[in-house]
Structure formats: structure tokens, C-alpha cells
Design a protein around this ligand. Structure first.
Ligand code: SF4
Length: 309
């Protein structure tokens, strides 16, 4: 879609930028973009230190069969490197859960799918079945509330609670083996969510006063102490044997013990003497054997001498 006439209109575009911009803030030519047929934008670096990365943008155009371009507009636009504020987000999308403070108003739309009509009297039932999307299967008793939670709103809440900080995948739940479903501090809630959720009523639990899933759990579980201790067994009696001692006979017994000990010591000494005697015999035999070897060697020497003669 390039256009030779528009591409060559750099000088004209610079002159237009310098006319609009503060003096000395129009820098080098930074390229040209073709916006449409016979419409292009020339960019010039902005030298203003307050607008680093911004560009003076001069849009030029040419009429059909015209040989000259004209200037459409001159604006200061952020370039790819410019420091700019985040994209604007509507207030209704900017407020996140937990942002509501004292005095904050958060209106609920009339057509919020999470709510449905709450029936407060028999008069409300007239023609209710004909009203879409209200259907008998979605009726809820309002008890003074014009709207009650719809099936969609209920499922939405259940999904959020189940996958949230008090669901089965929460780090706290994964750190313990017992779940809220077996905890004595769980307060059941009624309604369709009562089988999956309850309210924790343990003051030391991080979930005190909050909805917890039955598969959640924490270290304050009512049965955790019993579950993690060894069960207490039946009482046991020490049957280790013992000897009775008649103190009147103590001296005699002690004397017997001394005699026995002395006899054992004598036996041990006799065995030691026997062992020593056996060692002496073995040494003597070794000496005899050595002398026999010497005699044999001498005999061999004598024999060799005779042969030589
Ligand atoms: S004390 Fe812990 S285990 Fe018991 S209900 Fe509360 S969060 Fe669940």
C-alpha cells in the first residue's frame, strides 16, 4: 500500500510537526506507516525529556490522482519503548474480591444470573411457572428476600469454595491426613451444599467461622491427637525373675559364692598351665626338626665331596 507521493512528504510532515510542537522537540525521522489507501503517518522522535520514547506523528493524505500530499493531523503518540500508564479498566472490573471497604457500594445487576426470584407468598406463585427463566425446579423460598441464589449461583460458589483456600487442594489440607468431614468442630450447613461443605467452629483453626469443604482439614482436627498417638494398651506386669535372700543365711551364702569363685579361678589357672606346657612341647619339636634338617644338609655336603675326589 506504499505511496510514493506520501513517502516523499517527509519535509512537509516535519514542518507541520515543528509548527505544532514546542521548539526544539522534533527529532529525527523515525519511519512511516501506511494507514489506508493514500493515507500515511510520518513519525519523528520527540526530544522532550518528559516524553522519552514518544513520537510526533504527522498524518498526511492525498486525494485520488492528486500529485501533492496534505497534512491531516499532528499528534504526540507513545512509541514501542514509551513509558505509558496501564490500559484503563472500568471500575466494575477493577474491584477485586476483598477490595470492598467500609462505605463501598457494590450494586448487583437486576439480571444477575446468580440470583433468581425468591417466593414469599402464595400470590407470587400465580403464573410463576409461565415466567421464564423461573421454573418450579428453580424455586427458592425467599422468606422476605426478593431474590435468592439460583442454581447457577450455587454451582458458582461451590466451584469457588472447592478450588479455593479451604478446598481439598489447599496446602493446609494436603499437610494433614484427617479431613473436616470427621472433625467434631464442623458445623453442618443445610441445603444442597450441605453434603460438600460446612462451617468450621474451632477458634484455633485458620478457617474458624468460614465455609470449609468436607475434604479440607487442618492441624486442629478434633481427633488428630488420638489418631497420631499409639493407642494405650492393656496394663502389663513385670514378671522378671528374682531370688529371695534370707538375711540370716546371708553370710553362709556369700561364703559359698566365694568358694565357688575361688574354685573357678583355680580351674582357670590349671588350664593356663596346661596351655603353656603344650606350647613348650611344640617349641621343642620345632627345634628337633631344625637339627634334622642341618644333619641332612651336612650329609649332602659330604656326599658331594666324595664325588669330587
Ligand atoms: S478444625 Fe480444622 S479439621 Fe476441624 S472443621 Fe475446622 S478446619 Fe476442618
Amino acid at each position: 500500500m506504499s505511496d510514493t507521493v506520501l513517502a516523499k512528504a517527509v519535509a512537509m510532515a516535519r514542518a507541520a510537526a515543528e509548527e505544532e510542537a514546542p521548539w526544539g522537540t522534533v527529532g529525527d525521522h523515525a519511519g512511516v506507516d501506511y494507514d489506508d489507501e493514500r493515507v500515511a503517518t510520518h513519525f519523528f522522535a520527540c526530544l522532550d525529556p518528559a516524553y522519552v520514547g514518544w513520537r510526533w506523528s504527522v498524518t498526511v493524505a492525498r486525494a485520488p490522482r492528486a500529485k501533492a500530499a496534505t497534512v491531516d493531523e499532528v499528534v504526540l503518540l507513545p512509541g514501542p519503548e514509551a513509558l505509558v500508564a496501564p490500559a484503563w479498566v472500568p471500575w466494575s472490573e477493577r474491584v477485586r474480591p476483598g477490595d470492598l471497604a467500609v462505605g463501598t457500594i457494590w450494586p448487583t445487576p437486576a439480571d444477575d444470573a446468580r440470583l433468581t426470584a425468591g417466593f414469599t407468598g402464595l400470590d407470587d406463585l400465580d403464573g410463576a411457572a409461565d415466567r421464564s427463566p423461573v421454573h418450579p425446579s428453580q424455586w427458592g423460598i425467599g422468606m422476605g428476600r426478593a431474590r435468592v441464589l439460583s442454581a447457577h449461583g450455587r454451582d458458582d460458589a461451590a466451584d469457588r469454595w472447592w478450588s479455593g483456600e479451604r478446598g481439598p487442594e489447599a496446602p493446609m489440607a494436603r499437610s494433614v491426613s484427617l479431613t473436616c468431614s470427621t472433625c467434631g468442630f464442623l458445623m453442618p450447613i443445610g441445603g444442597p451444599l450441605g453434603q460438600a461443605f460446612g462451617v468450621c467452629a474451632h477458634d484455633m483453626s485458620p478457617a474458624d467461622g468460614c465455609v470449609v469443604s468436607m475434604a479440607f482439614g487442618c492441624g486442629a482436627h478434633s481427633e488428630i491427637a488420638l489418631a497420631e498417638k499409639d493407642p494405650v494398651g492393656a496394663p502389663t506386669q513385670d514378671f522378671v525373675g528374682f531370688d529371695s535372700l534370707d538375711l540370716d543365711q546371708a553370710d553362709v551364702i556369700l561364703a559359698d559364692v566365694s568358694v565357688d569363685a575361688a574354685a573357678e579361678a583355680v580351674d582357670a589357672a590349671a588350664e593356663a598351665v596346661d596351655a603353656a606346657a603344650e606350647a613348650v612341647d611344640a617349641a621343642a619339636e620345632a627345634v628337633d626338626a631344625s637339627e634334622s634338617v642341618d644333619a641332612a644338609a651336612e650329609a649332602v655336603d659330604a656326599s658331594e665331596s666324595v664325588d669330587q675326589d
